[in-house]
Design a protein around this ligand. Sequence first.
Ligand code: SF4
Length: 415
Amino acid sequence: MAQLDTREKLAILADAAKYDASCASSGTAKRNSRDGKGLGSTEGMGICHAYAPDGRCISLLKILLTNSCIFDCHYCINRKSSNVRRARFTAQEVVNLTLSFYRRNYIEGLFLSSGIIGSSNYTMEQMVEVARSLREDHNFRGYIHLKTIPDADPELVHQAGLHADRLSINVELPTAGGLKRLAPEKDGARIEGAMAANRTAIVDNKDAVKRYKSAPRFAPAGQSTQMIVGADAATDGDIVTKASTLYDRFGLRRVYYSAFSPIPDASAVLPLQRPPLMREHRLYQSDWLMRFYEFTPQEVVAAADDATGMLPLDIDPKLAWALKFRGSFPVDVNRAPRELLLRVPGLGVKAVNGILTSRRWRKLRLDDVARLTVSIAKLRPFIVTEDWRPVVLADRAEIRPIVAPKKQQLELFAA
Ligand code: SF4
């Protein structure tokens, strides 16, 4: 590997980390102050934004320890057979970088992942050493998210949890067949075994902390995972079902969905085109339906097209479900229980809570509901209020043009 300075390594290893969606980044125009004019830059390498457990948006240094890897997962730009420029940080270099970014107030924490070098245990040891040194040698109190390696010794993964706020293990693909085909060196059973061990440690630790205030914390921000969308033939139904199983079995905080993006010198087993980004967005919406809107996974899957198993791209899954199951509507906002109100397209959790509070004192009229929502026109076919009952707009074909978002003409010469 050629000798590279820290800045060159950072450019390579921050760019290589961008394929990991486990902490969401936001995009903006490129600006910098290298010409001596102005202050600040939006091109700082490796800085991304994530949400802390209390909902705060925090900046993280998001990098790989190395982009070299002994595995050859077909979808990964860092795979052994890939022709990319390689770089590697030492554990001490990552510690120094994190501290210097932190002291300059660029970041509030670290997201660290890695290709596998030498062996899974050796790589995991290096990552644990980064977290250990930050916490013990430098008393670093910022956020640390470590991507762990499922094949590593469980004791090393446990050590990672004692220093990190969040652990994550990528499940990679929604089906066992997809994993076998695209990441043949990975073992689905080991991935799930490592998640199960983390779950046990997290639950035990919560119990210990309740009893002894001084008990050391283990991954207090929980664990998460990521699934690649569109690299194999899995349908949205398969993905929703897999995600719900992972939430149930391993108590995950989040499942992240990452639309597969074609990589240079891609393997022939991969599709040539990336899936529409809207597919990733619809999967995040379906995830919200299960986590916050009390939909069962079977109900979300039922919103998908029966023939293809795919969620519609032009409307959100909640509206798709409502149009498919017209018999569940209209919902009387003055009488319906919370779970039925949550099914009404256009009513969010906050609006439903507002309705439940207001209706204790008086019967709600259409105007009252309108004040709690963005578009009452889209809601009208699905609700009954003191002064409103939909009678004419009874069936799906008539409703769809009213409630679906208007199609937009793309501009040929848009900037
Ligand atoms: S183990 Fe990770 S870094 Fe290595 S090829 Fe597979 S996905 Fe890429």
